[in-house]
Structures are given as C-alpha cells and as structure tokens.
Design a protein around this ligand. Structure first.
Ligand code: CP3
Length: 343
C-alpha cells in the first residue's frame, strides 16, 4: 500500500522536502465535535480505546476535518501498565487513576513483562490494522508509547500530580527497585512497539511527558539509558523522542539513534538545533495556548516558528492541544504550515 501524502516520512528520513509536514499531538480528541459525539454515547474513554473500529474512526477524524499530514493512533500510554498487571481508570474531569500501585519488590515481581505483556494488547494492533486499511494511504499512521520513566511515574504515583514526588522519592530511596521496574517496562515497550510496527505503524513516537521534572543526573540515570535501548531496538521505521521539558539534556538526546527529536514550547529552536546537532529532524513547538489567538495571529506565529526552525522540521505544538482550543485556531495553524514553502 503506497502512501499518497508521505511528506512526514520523507522528512523524518532526512530527505529534502518542499515544506514541513504538520500534525498536532492530541489531534484526535475533545477539540473535535465529531469526537465528543462518539465519546458521549459510550461508557467511557476505555471503551473507545479498546474497540478497534471506534479507535480507527476517531484516529481518522482529524485527517478529514483538519487536513493534517499524519494520523496518530487513538490510544493511551497507560495501556502498558495495564498490560503488565496494573489496570487504570479514566476518571471524568480528573484524569487517570490506578487503584493498585507499585510499592515493593513483590509488586514488581508480580508484573508481566516483554512479549507476554505486549500480547495483552491485541486491540491496539487491531486498531492500527483497521486504521491503515481505512486510511488507504492518504497519510502515514504514527504509533506511540510512553517512555519508561513516565510510565513508572504513573505506576508509583497512582494518578497525575504536579510534582510526582512519590515517584521521584522512589528513584531516590529505592534505586535498585526503580531499575528493576524500568527494565520490565522497557522490555514490554520494545515488544509492544515492534508489534505496533508489524501491524502498520509507519513512525513511532516515545512520549516522556515527565522528563522535565527530573534533575539532569536523574534523567541520565533513570530515563536516558532505557530510551536508548528502545530506540536502538526499532530499526524498521523512524523514531521520535519527545522528552518534555528536557532542554537540559538535549545534547544527550542528540546522541540517540533516533531520527526525530520533539521539543516543547519553552525550547528556542536555534538553541535546540545547536544542542541536538545538524542531522536530526526537530519536531514542535508552538505554544498550544497560541491557538487561542485570532486566526491571523496564529498564522503569523506559525510562520515565525517555521522561519526559526528552517529545514529538517516537522511542525507541531510544544505539547498536546488543549480540549477547549477553538477549531479556527487549529485550522489556521495547519493552513499556515501547508502554505509555507522553503526558500
Ligand atoms: O495524540 C493523539 O491524538 C492520540 C491520542 C493520545 C491520547 N493520549 C488520547 C487521550 C495520546 C498520544 C495520548 C498520550 C498520553 N496519555 C500522554 C503523553 C502525552 C502527553 O500529553 O504528555 C499522557 C501523559 C497520557 C495520560 C493521560 N491520558 C492523561 C493525563 C489523561 C487525562 C487528561 C485529559 O486530557 O483529560 C488521559 C486521557 C486521554 N488520552 C484523553 C484523550 C483524548 C481524554 C479522555 C477523554 O476523552 O475523556
């Protein structure tokens, strides 16, 4: 099956392209009335994630409505802890909650890992296959997973948090257990991403959403080595590493065997290029709140951002789009990028 708009893949492979591709993190979700309509008739978020036909439908909605240059499979990073033996709940208006959390060596001992954990996630691979079929080559399909540290953070903390101080405490006080847990998560992620690629994901993105709360030393000890192992194990498709808030280790991230580095909106493009080096493709990084501005201002800000990045760039926001973002702002962003041409 050939892909008629393969701009994302050509860019990620480092080919010379006419303009940057554009997509948005969290593009499939509450910004779209079509998504809210489906979501409102279901029992909850998990039903949507676990029903391949519905997951495929909402994955494709932003391609139809916004005209973005890529689709990202509708799922969540928290399916991995669940597959390992820690089920999650998605509590309306509050976010994720884990009734059971990791506290001891025995808790870690009980977890499934690697291929046997990844085998629990057949509904994700089915959703990827179904989406590829329905997309019929219109745009590439991105697969994703959470990074080991970010998943440990939820598995120890049990919910979202401003500080994740229980999870950070675990790193400082239970170093050996932390490494055991990170190893089990990593072996699961490798098996999972390989299955996702086999099912049809054409690029994979690793989200380290809580990288920015670690100190540089902690990031190098507990986050980077495991990400390195994951990216080294995926050679079938391009890999994006998005370590949110981790500007302080961008030189290390620049050394990873990945093709694309995601950037949050606090990171100046010029500095990121200096730190990451000339080879890798950079992805990002408009402030998601910029989309609340008037459409002309959104377009002007997008163009300034594209000028600052230059070539080897995938246009995106610096984090997921917020649910109350006006569609006019989102569309102005996509349109401005698609009208842009490199000089
Ligand atoms: O990007 C996409 O369009 C694909 C779908 C996607 C979702 N979650 C759907 C979702 C992706 C890539 C994720 C990743 C994810 N999930 C991350 C990493 C990215 C990031 O934001 O840093 C994290 C940390 C999670 C965990 C998670 N899932 C949280 C904290 C929440 C609650 C917050 C919220 O927005 O309500 C979720 C729920 C979730 N995942 C929703 C969606 C569309 C909202 C649930 C709903 O429809 O009620």
């Amino acid at each position: 099956m050939s892909t008629s708009n393969d701009l994302l893949l050509r860019t990620a492979r480092g080919e010379q392209v006419e303009r940057p591709p554009v997509w948005l993190m969290r593009q499939a979700g509450r910004i779209l009335p079509q998504y809210r309509a489906i979501r409102n008739r279901l029992s909850g978020f998990k039903e949507l994630v676990e029903t391949p036909e519905l997951a495929a439908e909402v994955t494709i909605q932003p391609v139809d409505e916004l005209g973005v240059d890529a689709a990202i499979i509708f799922s969540d990073i928290l399916v991995i802890p669940e597959a390992m033996g820690l089920p999650y709940e998605m509590v309306e208006k509050r976010g994720p909650l884990f009734p059971k959390v990791i506290k001891s060596a025995a808790d870690i001992q009980k977890l499934r890992q690697g291929g046997s954990a990844a085998a629990e996630l057949g509904y994700v691979y089915d959703a990827v296959r179904e989406t590829r079929k329905q997309l019929d080559g219109r745009v590439p399909l991105i697969g994703f997973a959470g990074a080991p540290w970010t998943l440990l953070a939820y598995m120890v903390e049990g919910s979202g948090s401003k500080t994740f101080s229980k999870a950070k405490r675990f790193l400082y006080s239970e170093e050996k257990l932390a490494h055991e847990l990170l190893s089990k998560i990593t072996s699961t992620l490798i098996a999972y991403l390989k299955e996702k690629v086999n099912a049809g994901a054409q690029l994979v993105q690793v989200f380290d959403s809580w990288a920015g709360i670690l100190s540089p030393a902690q990031y190098r000890k507990f986050a980077l080595p495991y990400i390195r192992e994951i990216v080294a194990s995926i050679d079938e498709v391009p890999v994006t590493v998005f370590s949110k808030g981790a500007w302080f280790v961008l030189e290390d991230i620049g050394q990873l065997d990945c093709q694309v580095v995601g950037l949050d909106w606090n990171t100046p493009p010029e500095l990121a290029r200096q730190w990451v080096g000339p080879e890798k493709v950079l992805q990002g990084n408009l402030d998601p709140c910029q989309l609340y501005a008037a459409p002309e201002e959104v377009a002007a800000a997008a163009t300034r951002m594209l000028d600052a990045f230059g070539r080897r760039h995938i246009a995106n926001l610096g984090h997921g789009v917020y649910p109350d973002t006006p569609l006019d702002g989102v569309k102005a962003f996509v349109k401005a990028v698609q009208a842009y041409r490199y000089k």
